[in-house]
Write a new protein. Structure first.
Ligand SMILES: [Zn+2]
Length: 887
């Protein structure tokens, strides 16, 4: 699965396991009846898979496009004993018939699972058949239904990870009960039905058609899927495997199928070769689906993608195309690593995700189409560093007691720290040895399940060394280390040199051993040039590097050149000062990216005041020649802008710095107008930061066509971004623009943009109404809309409005946490916990942490994070205020 598609829609997921870091639950049957909850514990799952095997599903669906569907699930399986009842998962269905081994049974059903009495079962082969009706879901899990308001067409798609297959069919919904799935579906005549195998028959029944799909290879329930609707289809049969692409009819003009097929075709060739195992399925389908709550999902041979981020009303930018390629490759890697070989239980999810992320980088690097996949990997590691230095960090490998906790740790540690450790491991044992170990692992566990020990065991065998100690240090111990260089010079030469290691967070003091490259740089003829590079394995708190003694005294030392290591570099004072003045004089883009990052770290760690940070960024951003780095630099401007907004909005210094930012960014846009990618990045930033009357007026003119942006196209997405920004500042007349624009654009993304622009207005009454809607867990609004509303309610700069409901939001947190489902709560806790960057707000959060001890793990983690971020914001503010006072 891919979490998010672009920064504007980043999903913040996560939870604190707190006391759950205790010993893992051991898989054994206690003989006790399964707990009556919507979730499945690891213990119950293990007890079931110990008894059940050889599972085969025969599924039949009747799909009409109406809000409910009817279906029959037949499950054939072997059972080793009849000592206890057996449960079958089926969520919220109206059961019309249940037969067990041919005998009609009155269902014992709690809306979560059916319990079949031991007396109705037999040792050996059993058959359970359930006929039922169920509502389609609207929260993006199960069998989601969507009505396209532009043309009335209905689209369905399934999403099951982690455990929502039983929202569509009766199942043993756990990853280690792999099964075959034979499917028939009756659907309206003009619909496609898409699943894991190619259909073998389409029968014309007049107004409907009946589709037949032969049994799949063995898959975990969460990797099976079915999507249906009058999708537009593109097809490419030029490669080794047939490829198809689907999207809603009304979105078809925004899809670039040639890019999709090129990335997909090349990827399949690459992975066939890399894994040394042919692609395990018969065709490769990719489906763009509406209201998808993640970025993408690796359903076997029928991958789903969010529409947003992978479609565009104008030609995609290079960054968007790179994101598309990387996501396609990530999901493709899962077809082997995830679908062909699957984790036994959800504690193995990180390896799944890390591996797919890492393979996407390797495949991108090999394709040569984008010149900086390793730079992208470095950028994505930053999220892992931030998460790993937080109080809420966790080991990469953690116990997951229940399916309720499966996504508690879906975060930057799971995806990006994990991917970094795999990169380390590959450096450690060698590229070819790593590949061979992966191949052996996949061959050995094909169509089955495996654990981390199996993976480490395969790599240990391939490399001839015991990798368990490495795994213990990196995978089972949480927390980030900091690394800095400490040196002295005499007569222009290094006289001492040490690498100093420390824990980024005192609560997690583990120090580690790691191979890094230390680079020494000197200013020469206006450039900062590399004068020395050495590979060093550091260990413990201090590592002396005698081989550097006598080298020219450096102006800058970077102790992780080439980004081999997973460690936060803290520049020594001299290097930090050099970085600030020489940033644009560095030729290597990766090192430049690292120094841009050092500036941001400097702001967050209070080595650099906000004003200084903004000034340095504004001087260097226009000189940035690399497109990816320009986006990073513009991101830094956005970071500076958002802090200013939070605690200095409207002040004289805010007005002065804002004007500077607006001028620099607008000038950058005009300077780069001939380069579409760069110009778009400047324009997007300009819209995001605009706050002065002049800049907001210019946005209005761009919208009405009275002004132009150096010839850069103002496409539909850009029009909405402008309207949102005008409404954020309640520019007179901007509310009327929302309705006008909806008349032009009634698409799904248009409706979400209109909602966002409406909710973001600083209008106390409207905000309270939407807050009420969100908090009442109102089912009449699809989750996709509630999520957008949550994101727009209390943006930076509207702290006073946020304060009006802050106490209420904290007071009701526990209650909502208890009532809401996990999907809702991940968004709610990430967006709705109030933090307003004042000592009083920090204090209020601290009290809420003490008072709310029974929150779900995910919500508690969000609360702790909100507090930690608020503490940091207050500290940055204090430095800023001090600077202003000294003026
Ligand atoms: Zn994934």
């Amino acid at each position: 699965m891919y979490l998010s598609v672009c920064s504007r829609f980043t999903i913040l997921l996560g939870a604190l396991l707190s006391a759950a870091f205790a010993a893992p639950l051991h898989a054994q049957s206690t003989g006790a009846a399964r707990a009556e909850t919507p979730y499945l514990s690891q213990e119950d799952a293990a007890a079931r898979s110990a008894r059940v095997s050889n599972v085969a599903y025969t599924l039949d669906f009747t799909l009409t496009g109406e809000p409910t569907f009817t279906a029959t699930s037949r499950i054939d399986f072997d059972l080793i004993d009849t000592a206890a009842p057996l449960t079958v998962d089926l969520n919220n269905a109206k059961i019309s018939a249940l037969t067990v081994n041919g005998k009609a049974i009155t269902p014992v059903y709690n809306q979560w699972f059916i319990t079949i009495a031991a007396s109705d079962l037999r040792v050996g082969r059993n058959t359970v058949s359930v006929s039922y009706g169920r509502e389609h879901s609207t929260n993006g899990e199960g069998l989601h239904r969507y009505v396209d308001k532009t043309d009335g067409r209905v689209y369905l798609y399934s999403h099951f990870e982690p455990a929502a297959a039983h929202q569509m069919f009766a199942a043993f919904d756990q990853p280690d009960l792999k099964a075959t799935y034979a499917l028939t579906a009756t659907a309206p005549k003009e619909w496609f039905v898409i699943s894991s195998t190619p259909e073998t028959r389409i029968e014309d029944l007049g107004t409907t058609r009946r589709w037949t799909f032969p049994a799949t290879p063995k898959l975990s329930p969460y990797n099976f899927s079915m999507h249906a609707g009058p999708y537009k289809m593109w097809e490419d049969r030029s490669g080794k495997y047939p490829m198809r692409l689907f999207a809603r009819q009304s979105l078809a003009s925004q899809v670039a199928p040639q890019d999709w097929f090129r990335f997909t075709g090349r990827g399949l060739e690459y992975f066939d070769d890399y894994f040394g195992i042919p692609y395990p399925f018969k065709k490769y389908d990719q489906v763009l689906v509406p209201q998808f709550i993640y970025g993408a999902m690796e359903n076997a041979a029928a991958v789903t993608f969010a529409e947003n981020g992978f479609t565009s009303p104008s030609a995609m930018t290079t960054a968007q195309r790179q994101g598309l390629a990387s996501t396609i490759l990530h999901e493709m890697a899962h077809q082997w690593f995830g679908d062909l070989v699957t984790m036994r239980w959800w504690n193995g999810l990180w390896l799944n995700e890390s591996f797919a992320s890492y393979m996407a980088t390797l495949a991108s690097a090999q394709s040569g189409e984008f010149d900086n996949p390793w730079l992208s990997q470095y950028r994505s590691k930053q999220g892992a560093y931030r998460t790993d230095e937080s109080i809420t960090t966790h080991p990469i490998e953690v116990p997951v007691p229940s399916s309720a906790n499966a996504f508690d740790n879906i975060d930057a540690i799971t995806y990006n720290k994990g991917a970094s450790t795999l990169h380390q491991l590959r450096q450690l044992i060698g590229e070819e040895t790593f590949r061979r170990g992966v191949h052996e692992y996949l061959v050995r566990h094909s169509y089955g399940n495996a654990t981390l020990d199996d993976f480490i065991g395969a790599l240990s065998k391939a490399s001839g060394r015991d990798l368990q100690p490495w795994a213990q240090e990196w995978l089972y111990q949480p927390g980030l280390n900091k690394l800095s260089a400490e040196f002295q010079c005499r007569d222009g030469k290094l006289s001492t040199f040490h690498l100093q290691q420390s824990a980024a967070n005192a609560a997690y003091p583990t120090l580690r051993s790691q191979l890094v490259q230390v680079g020494l740089f000197n200013v020469s003829k206006g450039k900062l040039v590399l004068t020395e590079k050495q590979a060093v394995t550091y260990t413990g708190a201090s590592t002396e590097v005698p081989t550097l003694i006598g080298k020219a005294c450096p102006d800058l030392v970077y102790p992780n050149v080439g980004d081999w290591g997973f460690v936060k570099v803290v520049l020594d004072a001299k290097s930090f000062s050099t970085a600030r003045t020489q940033l644009s004089q560095i030729e290597d883009p990766l090192l430049r990216s690292m120094l841009w990052q050092s500036l941001t770290d400097g702001l967050l760690d209070r080595r650099l005041g906000l004003e200084n940070y903004i000034e340095t960024t504004l001087v260097n951003a226009p000189k940035e020649t690399d497109y990816t780095l320009l986006r990073q630099a513009l991101g830094n401007i956005g970071t500076g802008r958002s802090y200013l907004r939070r605690f200095a909005a409207g002040s004289a210094v805010d007005r002065q710095l804002s004007a500077k930012m607006e001028t620099t960014v607008w000038t950058g846009l005009l300077t780069d107008k001939a380069n579409r990618d760069r110009a778009r990045s400047w324009l997007d930033t300009y819209i995001d930061i605009a706050s002065s009357d002049a800049a907001l007026a210019r946005l209005g003119h761009l919208l009405s066509g009275k002004a132009d942006a150096g010839g850069v196209e103002i496409d539909q997405d850009t029009r909405w971004a402008i309207i949102k920004q005008l409404n954020r500042h309640a520019v007179p007349g901007s509310d009327a623009l929302i309705k006008q624009e909806q008349a032009r654009d009634n698409s799904e993304s248009g409706q979400l943009s209109a909602l966002s622009a409406t909710v973001i207005r600083p209008d106390a009454k409207a905000k309270m109404a939407w807050l009420g809607k969100v908090q009442s867990l109102d089912n009449s609004e699809p989750f996709a809309r509630l999520r957008v509303a949550m994101g727009a309610l209390y943006p930076g700069g509207q702290e006073a409005l946020s304060e009006t409901s802050a106490d209420q939001r904290l007071a009701s947190l526990a209650d909502i946490d208890q009532k809401a489902d996990r999907v809702f709560m991940r968004s709610y806790a990430g967006r709705m916990i109030p933090s307003t960057c004042t000592p009083a707000s920090v204090d209020r959060l601290a009290k809420a942490i003490s008072a709310n001890t029974n929150l779900s793990a995910g919500t508690r983690r969000s609360l702790l994070l909100a507090h930690e971020n608020d503490v940091r914001c207050v500290a940055i503010r204090a430095v800023f205020d001090q600077v202003q006072a000294n003026k």
